[in-house]
Design a protein. Sequence first.
Length: 151
Amino acid sequence: MEFSPPGITDGIRHPATQPKRILVIDDDPCVGAAIGAILAGFNYETVHESRAYAGIQTLRQSVFDVVMIDIFLPGLSGLDAIGYVRSGSSIPIIAMSGFRLRSSIEPVDYLGMATQRGATLCMRKPFRPAQLIEAVDSSGSLRPPIKSPIC
């Protein structure tokens, strides 16, 4: 018997039969639109929110399969929102950031901090469409990390 990953037959990747719903929380509307356009081609439905608090409210009011969240957001940060979502849900969370601290003696690992707070996966922006699809596809089979005390 030959193994074929889900959604791939005869070497061709076919869209999922039931669309996954992805909540994208990013203050850059271009990022939200790009993620939505890429995922729409693979039968994913996206909802975009530009602030963490609005994203948390949307998550409370509807069902999603994955949350994608930027680390740096106006108002409530993505890191704080990850902790808040994780405290009440096991939904996969993909943390995103394009920020790199260049002038610090000891660089801060914000994506590492996101993992400590409960992010399932982390992605550095910019990412390629194939990386996005792979992250969203695999996030459903991953469990959130076990929380360790943050010192």
